[in-house]
Design a binder for this molecule. Structure first.
Ligand SMILES: NC(=O)c1ccc[n+]([C@@H]2O[C@H](COP(=O)([O-])OP(=O)(O)OC[C@H]3O[C@@H](n4cnc5c(N)ncnc54)[C@H](OP(=O)(O)O)[C@@H]3O)[C@@H](O)[C@H]2O)c1
Length: 256
């Protein structure tokens, strides 16, 4: 049985994946932004290997999350699930970054670099990543006027590009990205067509399954099937530039 760390497991797809993995007998490390939010985990907290706490808006707290996970031990898989959708304004995190960028792009990168390397990595993306293609020159929205939908789309393109870049950089790790579809969560809203069980299934399966179809890397998945992502996501030039920018912004380096 595997041990899996899931970011953003207080609600929605993260919590549903945690419940599903626990029900299958796997061990799960949960994550909440604060001790208050950890209090909302209910009975899954008592079934988990641990609950790590930290707000992904903050670079300092994100690094502490990695420390807490490493103190529990090496994970077999990490599901980078936490995310925010359209933010009204760019905002400014403690380090001065756009809130969407900090949570959706910088935090998964920093956690990937600082958590002891697992056997599998899964990044939650979205079909909306296809609207995120373009320049990386203003990744942190310092020059452009704020466009919340474009910022979300870019962050989800970064998730696919990061998964694909790591698949090539760390060939011994299975690294994949997932579009869960439009799911009935707080983010997706009550009118979304996809139920939670269907929405969480692919990422939970990629994290633990030994079926040959799950033992692949650098792929983009939607409802248990591989799809072609946007061209830039699989373009090594784009990936190289993205990793370079992320290292520059966060001052955290990925190991070779
Ligand atoms: N739902 C959809 O239709 C859909 C579609 C495509 C992709 N996705 C992706 O799927 C992932 C999960 O989405 P969801 O629908 O489950 O969203 P959700 O219901 O809003 O849950 C998001 C989770 O992320 C956590 N989170 C957000 N900001 C955080 C922060 N600053 N620090 C720590 N934790 C934070 C939330 O914690 P709190 O509970 O404390 O806020 C919550 O646990 C996201 O990456 C999203 O982009 C969702």
């Amino acid at each position: 049985m595997a041990i899996v760390f899931i970011t953003g497991s207080t609600d929605g797809l993260g919590k549903a994946a945690a419940q599903s993995l626990l029900d299958q007998g796997h061990r799960v490390v949960l994550h909440a932004r604060s001790t208050d939010r950890a209090g909302s985990l209910g009975d899954i907290a008592s079934r988990a290997e641990g609950v790590v706490v930290g707000d992904l808006q903050s670079g300092v707290e994100t690094k502490r999350i990695a420390d807490q996970v490493n103190a529990i031990g090496r994970m077999d898989a990490v599901i980078h699930n936490a995310g925010v959708y359209t933010q009204r304004s760019r905002g400014s995190t403690p380090e001065g970054h756009a809130v969407t960028v900090a949570i959706n792009t910088l935090a998964p990168y920093v956690l990937t670099a600082l958590i002891e390397r697992p056997a599998r990595l899964v990044y939650l993306s979205s079909g909306l990543h296809r609207g995120g293609e373009g320049s990386l020159d203003d990744l942190d929205w310092k020059k452009r006027s704020w466009d919340s939908a474009k910022a979300y789309a870019e962050s989800k393109l970064h998730a696919v590009a990061l998964a694909s870049a790591l698949a090539r950089r760390w060939p011994q790790v299975l690294s994949n990205a997932v579009d869960p579809g439009w799911v009935r969560t707080r983010m997706g809203g009550a009118g979304a067509p996809v139920d939670l069980q269907t929405g969480q299934k692919t990422q939970a399966w990629l994290a633990v399954s030994d079926e040959p179809s799950a033992l692949v890397s650098g792929r983009y998945w939607h409802h248990m099937r591989q799809q072609e992502p946007a061209g830039e996501a699989v373009d090594p030039g784009f990936q190289y530039k993205l990793l370079d920018k992320l290292q520059g912004i966060t001052e955290v380096a990925l190991s070779p």
